[in-house]
Write a protein that binds this ligand. Structure first.
Ligand SMILES: [Zn+2]
Length: 373
């Protein structure tokens, strides 16, 4: 099991390194002002003397920019710290962090004006972060027990104090306005959020109970294939349909009516024509559909209204591990790239400064109103 995880980490790393060149090109190449689109294309029949409705928010004070970028952070595993008497692989150190780091990170994000948003709100372009604040999205791949697990206390299931969710719950209690949100991408062919351990409190709860507990806390569960399958090894549609669809079917068996809406590509793989089968399909009579596909990432995501936004190739930023690297989340916090997404506090409007209207594709607004200032 350990070897398997190590192999997985190595593959992720190899792929990520390969991606770097591509992504670097993408984010240096895509920034130019695209066609200067004229804002507000809704001519009224006659100009009237009616004054503009007073905005409910103070634009000058909150400076919203919903055409800006959003960091979507990808976490894997956490530990109390590193044991100085043990040696760890570089890959372990890249994908693992301490609980105290997570706590400190949230504190710093909070102070910088970041607030948690959910993946579903992002995909629906309905970010509910308060006006003037910046959304950040937390995602967790692989369902490790250090992300979330349960223990039994006085005959009741409760959150294991040594897991990321416990850290988030503690922080939320002290800073309710930071929010509590995150998406956990799981492989239901395995045993997410559980491990037989010889040390520490015994982990508890059935898979059904663990998933339900997370959902009841307000977290989202996403699809990460049934067996953590590397899609780029697939040569036929059946394999893809089985890996994506069987995971959804297993979820329905565990949590009635729970439909995955987003998918995290294991190893970041697969870009060819088989990709269509990740978006939607039917496995043994059970339909599935992913509105979003997140990648193993290297940079913040563009806004859902950006002309370049591709819901099937959503960029993520790797959560900084014990071994920090360029283009991980700490790097991006030090090297912020304009424009940053700042919420207008209203999920029904998209508010953008005039200078950034070129970053808005009006066909992506749906029923949302565009407000330019
Ligand atoms: Zn994974």
């Amino acid at each position: 099991m350990k070897t398997q995880r190590l192999v997985i980490l190595l593959l992720v790393l190899a792929l990520a390194v390969g991606l770097e060149a591509v992504v670097m090109t993408r984010f240096t190449g895509d920034r130019g002002p695209a066609a200067e689109v004229a804002p507000s294309p809704e001519p009224t029949a006659e100009p009237t003397a009616t004054p503009e409705p007073t905005p409910e928010i103070d634009l000058a004070a909150t400076k919203p920019n919903e055409a800006g970028e959003i960091p979507i952070v990808m976490f894997h595993a956490f530990t109390e710290g590193l044991d100085p008497n043990e040696s760890y692989s570089d890959d372990f150190k890249r994908y693992t962090q301490s609980f105290s780091y997570l706590r400190d990170l949230m504190e710093r994000l909070y102070d910088k004006g970041y607030r948690l948003a959910s993946m579903n709100d992002f995909l629906n372009n309905e970010i509910k972060v308060e006006a003037g604040y910046r959304p950040v999205i937390f995602t967790f791949d692989d369902g490790t027990y250090s992300q979330f697990s349960l223990i039994e206390e006085n005959g009741e299931l409760t959150v294991n104090p040594d897991c990321a969710v416990a850290v988030m719950l503690d922080f939320y209690k002290e800073h309710p306005d930071f929010g509590l949100a995150g998406t956990f991408y799981v492989n239901l062919g395995g045993s997410p959020f559980y491990e037989e351990r010889s040390e520490g409190p015994k982990l508890a709860g059935t898979l059904q109970e663990r998933l339900q507990y997370l959902i009841d806390l307000g977290f989202e569960i996403g699809n990460h294939t049934y067996t953590h399958y590397n899609m780029s090894n697939a040569t036929d549609a059946e394999t893809i349909i089985r890996e994506v669809g069987k995971n959804q079917a297993a979820m329905y068996d565990l949590i009635e009516g729970y439909t995955f809406t987003s998918f995290s590509l294991p190893f970041g793989g697969l870009t060819d024509d088989l990709f269509e089968h990740i978006k939607r399909g039917v496995y043994e009579g059970v339909p599935y559909e992913n509105k979003g596909v997140v990648e193993v990432g290297w940079d913040p995501s563009v806004s859902p209204v950006n002309p370049d936004f591709n819901p099937y190739g959503i960029h993520r930023v790797r959560g900084t591990g014990y071994m920090a690297e360029d283009c991980d989340f700490e790097w991006w916090l030090r090297n912020e790239r304009d424009p940053v997404y700042v919420s207008d506090g209203d999920p029904n409007t998209v508010t953008v400064p005039e200078a950034y209207t070129y970053l808005v594709d009006e066909t992506k607004l749906g029923d949302k109103q565009l407000r330019v200032y």
